[in-house]
Write a protein that binds this ligand. Structure first.
Ligand SMILES: Nc1ncnc2c1ncn2[C@@H]1O[C@H](COP(=O)(O)OP(=O)(O)OP(=O)(O)O)[C@@H](O)[C@H]1O
Length: 360
């Protein structure tokens, strides 16, 4: 296992694109700690696969260095980096049995036969594939095949890291949940460094200890699911994590309060908005917006109420700005109501970046 350090990485796919300033990765300077479970999360085209391929060695970055512990591996091949990879589509040998498929990467590395047998039987048990051990892979379902692909990565306990690129794409929705929690258990048992690429926030938040959110070729935040929810560092994180996403309201700041239209929202003393240049926005998650009697809060006009499972989603306007509130199932929504914001959940943004709270 290794700590993976990405040292000021930038990547443009061609010299022409670099000249035009079109970088698939604009600047990434981060580390994946040894034994951590990370998800790379972001919309299509944000650079997740580019970053994963730079870690694995399929791509050499235009600028910067990749280090495994102290060793510079920037110019090493994937084989020399000793990385296991699991792709979107299963990579299995149809004519081999399930057990032979799992043994294959170990035979390639010339492990002793006894060691191979014990690792394979352990992996078969962990994946729940013992009864199929001697079946040819040809007749298996897509999710069984993908389980074998996962197993072929995980069976190599000596790898520096295991990388997953949207590994549950071909899996049936009802099986996804099962495989995801199996993978999480396998991480707990093995403590391998794992990096998991996905554009699905549920997958990212359930798998990872730390989620790396990417947006337009940059890492905009690395944090626990709670940190991403409570203090999105960038308005994109607020919007992308959570459903519905964070309310982002254009505002001005005057005398310790944010003004949204003519609504005055006092800011906690820890948020220093005074004299901030740039475009200011107030962020508040719908879960922290409540409705209060008319005349006691911020004047809103309710446009729509949606009952979704155990929640009521109220869509309203505050001086023309869209405002969403999520209330517990069955909460009455009067036609005439005001909104109230939980001060602890307020975030201020300048040019899309969080204005950090002063330490208490
Ligand atoms: N071989 C390539 N040549 C030129 N541009 C590329 C190449 N591969 C990717 N790109 C561009 O680099 C940017 C990042 O792409 P990348 O595939 O890393 O994103 P992604 O987040 O993995 O997206 P997806 O979820 O759709 O796979 C995109 O703008 C993409 O068009």
């Amino acid at each position: 296992m290794a700590r993976i350090r990405l040292d000021h990485i930038r990547h443009a796919y061609t010299p022409e694109l670099a000249k035009a300033g079109t970088y698939a990765l604009r600047e990434v300077d981060h580390a994946f700690e040894d034994g951590g479970a990370y998800a790379l999360l972001g919309p299509s085209g944000c650079g997740k696969t580019t970053l994963l391929n730079i870690i694995s060695g399929l791509l050499t970055p235009s600028e910067g260095h990749v280090r495994f512990d102290e060793k510079d591996v920037t110019r090493l091949t994937p084989e020399a980096r000793n990385i296991a990879q699991v792709f979107q589509f299963p990579v299995v040998y149809d004519t081999m049995t399930v057990a032979e498929n799992l043994a294959f990467p170990l035979r390639n590395r010339r492990l002793p036969a006894g060691e191979i047998r014990s690792r394979v039987s352990n992996m078969l048990a962990r994946l729940g594939l013992e009864v199929k051990a001697n079946r040819k892979a040809r007749g298996l379902t897509a999710d069984e095949k993908q389980k074998i692909s996962l197993g072929r990565g995980l069976v190599r306990s000596e790898v520096n890291a295991i990388l997953f690129d949207e590994p549950l794409t071909v899996i049936d929705p009802h099986m996804k949940w099962q495989l995801r929690s199996q993978l999480k258990d396998l991480h707990r048992q093995s403590r391998m460094t794992m990096v998991y690429v996905t554009h699905d926030q549920t997958e990212a938040l359930t798998f990872a200890d730390k989620v790396v959110v990417m947006y337009e070729g940059e890492v905009v935040q690395i944090g626990t699911p709670e940190e991403l929810f409570d203090r999105p560092r960038h308005t994109f994180v607020g919007y992308f994590i959570g459903s519905p996403g964070m309310n982002v309201l254009p505002c001005r700041v005057e005398n310790g309060a944010a003004l949204v239209g003519q609504a005055r929202v006092p800011l906690p003393a820890a948020i220093d908005g005074a004299g901030r240049a740039g475009r200011l926005e107030l962020g508040i998650r719908p879960e922290f917006v409540t409705l209060v009697p008319r005349g006691t809060g911020l004047p809103v006009s309710v446009e729509r109420v949606e009952d979704v499972g155990h929640e009521r989603v109220v869509r309203a306007r505050l001086f023309g700005e869209k405002l969403v509130s999520v209330l517990p199932e069955g909460t009455p929504v009067p036609a005439e109501a005001d909104a109230a914001f939980d001060p602890a959940a307020l975030n201020l943004y300048a040019d899309s970046w969080l204005v950090e709270r002063r330490p208490a």
